[in-house]
Ligand binder design. Structure first.
Ligand code: URA
Length: 440
């Protein structure tokens, strides 16, 4: 078999056999195929797509390219969650403790941020002392005792994805449905949970910018999960505006803690209750309505906050920073971005907001960039708000004065002000299950 023939076949829109896909992926992972051939192959997939069979073969190869996790040492139903990535998306910090407080187990492996999107592991590492690498025994023990543990993905979990994702990231082949589906579901299947809830983001801050694309991606991933014997569902949620008001690692922990104390912003609270309710439903804890009520109740009675506190303590984090979030890393410098004209905030290009936050030091431009945990943006206005000229739109946080100019420019480019009041956008668009789609 030759890589050249497989590339040509896909380029010409033909369907590849199981053996051809296996040959391409395994040669690349073993280091027997150069990056330029895999890049051409990925670009051919980007343009020609893949059939359901091809996607499921590729997913299985990704899942079995390294170690697979056996979670049977953890009692009870283990339920996983995955977000396709966004700006201000701190939902895992809130949803995982809610689910644990309501009686399901969350043994979660999360990723780091790249480009305009943030990552849960970076956010957790902004809590002084918090360890995101635990031994298998420590991980299992924390989940059994506390109900929840969130750690970084082990280096040998789905190494095929690691290698291909790095290449996709520099060859403009990230936003392809078959490639995203195989990447996410390959990792989820390797992580060994019983059920999976997918949070598929849609809008200007998401990889999938259109609702149709997001629904298609959700359907594809739900089918892969169900065919692998996992209860799987997806919620399509809005990422056309940053979620909550805080963007940046320690800033997002701060907002997550407020939300766990039932004092968070409405949009973030609503999305988290819905995600947690769906996870509890997948873990067989009741009807969807009962599960959403349970989730909301755990914010009100403080049980979700206690679970988070217990997890931070179990993983070595300084809980005094959670009891008083003013003790979290905080930037020495702030800068107010002011409106240049009056009118309604009509739109916020969310990817650009993420890039502005990255320019302040909160995100990674390349995988080796060093993060400033205290950096980021606090939004003071969101779409639908009216502003007068000179009103503060946002406060930028950074450690160096010279970072503000480029970040302010990027942020101002992201915000469109108009005389007309924009329509209210939904937070949740649809739920996708094996049985079909429910539009909200
Ligand atoms: N997140 C992933 O894990 N993989 C993708 O391909 C895109 C988003």
């Amino acid at each position: 078999m030759r890589a050249y023939d497989c590339i040509r076949k896909k380029r010409d829109g033909e369907e590849l056999s199981d053996e051809e896909i296996r040959y391409m992926i395994s040669s690349y992972v073993k280091g027997e195929m150069p990056d330029y051939q895999m890049s051409a192959f990925l670009m051919a997939i980007y343009f020609q797509g893949m059939t359901d069979r091809e996607i499921s073969v590729m997913t299985d190869l990704v899942a079995h390219s390294g170690e697979t996790v056996d979670l049977s040492g953890i009692e009870g139903v283990k339920v996983d969650k995955h977000s396709t990535g966004g700006v201000g998306d701190k939902t895992t910090l809130i949803v995982a403790p809610i689910v644990a407080a309501c009686g399901a187990k969350v043994a979660k492996m999360s990723g780091r941020g790249l480009g305009h999107t943030g990552g849960t592991i970076d956010k957790l590492e902004s809590i002084p002392g918090f360890r995101t690498t635990l031994t298998r025994e420590e991980f299992f023990d924390t989940v059994n005792r506390v109900g929840v543990s969130v750690i970084g993905q082990s280096g040998n979990l789905a190494p095929a994805d690691k290698k291909m994702y790095a290449l996709r990231d520099v060859t403009a082949t990230v936003d392809s449905i078959p490639l995203i589906a195989a990447s996410i579901m390959g990792k989820k299947l390797a992580a060994g949970n019983d059920s999976i809830l997918l949070d598929v983001k849609t809008g200007s801050g998401a990889f999938m910018k259109t609702l149709e694309g997001s629904v298609q991606l959700a359907r594809c991933m739900v089918a892969i999960g169900e065919n692998a014997g996992k209860r799987t569902a997806a919620l399509i949620t809005n990422m056309d505006v940053p979620l909550g008001n805080y963007i940046g690692n320690a800033l997002e922990v701060k907002e997550a803690v407020a939300t766990l104390k039932d004092a968070g912003p409405e949009d973030l609270t609503e999305v988290c209750v819905e995600l947690a309710g769906n996870m509890l439903y997948l873990a067989d804890k009741g009807t969807l309505e009962e599960c959403a009520e349970m989730a909301a109740g755990s914010l009100k009675d403080g049980s979700a906050f206690r679970c988070f506190l217990n997890m931070v303590e179990a993983q070595g984090g300084d809980i005094s920073c959670i009891l008083d979030t003013d003790k979290l890393p905080s930037a020495p410098l702030t800068y107010e971005v002011r409106a240049r004209e009056e009118g309604y905030v009509a739109h916020m290009d969310t990817e650009a907001c993420g890039i502005a936050s990255m320019l302040l030091g909160a995100g990674r431009e390349t995988k080796d960039s060093v993060l400033d945990y205290s950096a980021g943006i606090v939004l003071k206005k969101k779409p639908g708000d009216y502003v007068s000229k000179g009103d503060v739109l946002a406060v930028l946080h950074a450690s160096r004065e010279e970072l503000f100019q480029a970040a302010e420019q990027k942020f101002l480019e992201a915000v469109r002000i108009s005389a007309e009041r924009p329509g209210k956008q939904p937070l949740l668009y649809a739920r996708v299950r094996r049985e079909g789609i429910e539009k909200f």
